[in-house]
Design a binder for this molecule. Structure first.
Ligand SMILES: C[S@@+](CC[C@H](N)C(=O)[O-])C[C@H]1O[C@@H](n2cnc3c(N)ncnc32)[C@H](O)[C@@H]1O
Length: 284
């Protein structure tokens, strides 16, 4: 797996995008879930979550998880998360917001700002982002516009509502938490292989909406295997559903006949998120 070459092929559109999630692939920059609307307080908990854009990770830390491990099929997810982590740690609030496009999308990934904190990235992440900036001739906005970053169009009010860290007080809290975390535990794997790679138990797992893209039977088998790595009373938030009645939501709904399964509406002041829900498995 040549990460830089594959990423260059994605950046230059030499690689045709498939519908499947791949080992090196377009990555999300922000969550498209209302994480704030369903992630509970995780005090003293050990957590396993999808990597994605890191928003489950950062919000779990803000919700007081004492340990958070990540997994994702897409290795680029790791570089997004390292970039955000260094941004939290070494940029002030306003500069962080500028760099991640909150105020003016044209300044997203601004190269001058990148230079302020890139020296704090680890060697692998530095090599990765330097390579991309070189390809983009230091135009950060071109990286954002390329297929490296998912073109899911975020509405700024959704990004703000979903991520506690865009409130300055929470940003400062996260800065302090991250200062005590030297490295990120990231398992690069397909979810169906994940149960074979785990080495410890967790109190909560967050699987995002990965199940949407999985065969139901295979996904339920994986869920069962993952549940073996749950502590007693642990929970797997295994399916985030965006509201429309679908074959998936009907399938998950049938599971509610068992006392292990439950569903909860995702709370939100935003109209666009009001009918989202999340399905959970609990270990008795
Ligand atoms: C399903 S996507 C959608 C974005 C997500 N709702 C969020 O808010 O971040 C989340 C992540 O799941 C990862 N993913 C998708 N299929 C996967 C699989 N089979 N195994 C592991 N990770 C997977 C993707 O690479 C992506 O980073």
């Amino acid at each position: 797996m040549n990460i830089l070459l594959e990423s260059e092929n994605i950046y230059t559109k030499k690689r045709i995008k498939s519908n499947d999630f791949e080992e090196i692939d377009t990555a999300y920059l922000f969550t498209n879930e209302n994480i704030n609307g369903y992630m509970p307080n995780l005090s003293k908990q050990s957590v396993l979550t999808v990597g994605s854009c890191g928003d489950h990770y950062f919000n779990a830390l803000l919700n007081e998880a004492h340990k958070v491990d990540l997994f994702d099929i897409n290795y680029i997810s790791k570089f997004i998360i390292y970039l955000k982590k260094a941004g939290f740690e070494y940029l002030d609030y306003d500069t962080f917001c500028i760099f991640f496009g909150l105020y003016d999308i044209h300044r997203i990934f601004d190269y001058d700002i990148y230079q302020l904190f890139s020296k704090f990235l680890n060697d692998e992440a530095t090599a990765y982002w330097n390579y991309l900036y070189k390809l983009a001739r230091n135009r950060g906005h071109s990286i954002y516009e390329s297929d490296i970053i998912s073109n899911y169009h975020h509405h700024i009010e959704e990004v703000l509502a979903s991520n506690a860290y865009f409130k300055e007080k929470e940003f400062l809290k996260l800065k302090k938490i991250l200062a005590n975390i030297s490295d990120i535990s990231f398992i690069h794997t397909d979810i169906n292989e994940l149960p074979f790679l785990l080495q410890e138990n967790y109190d909560s797992m967050f699987l995002s909406n990965i199940g949407t893209y999985q065969n139901n039977t295979i996904f339920m088998k994986t869920l069962k295997k993952l549940s073996k790595y749950l502590n007693v009373h642990g929970k797997i938030y295994f399916a985030y559903i965006y509201g429309n009645v679908s074959e998936k939501s009907l399938f998950y709904h049938q599971l509610l006949r068992s006392s292990h399964y439950d569903v909860r509406g995702v709370s939100s002041e935003l109209k666009s998120c009001q009918d989202h829900k999340v399905y959970m498995y609990s270990k008795n």
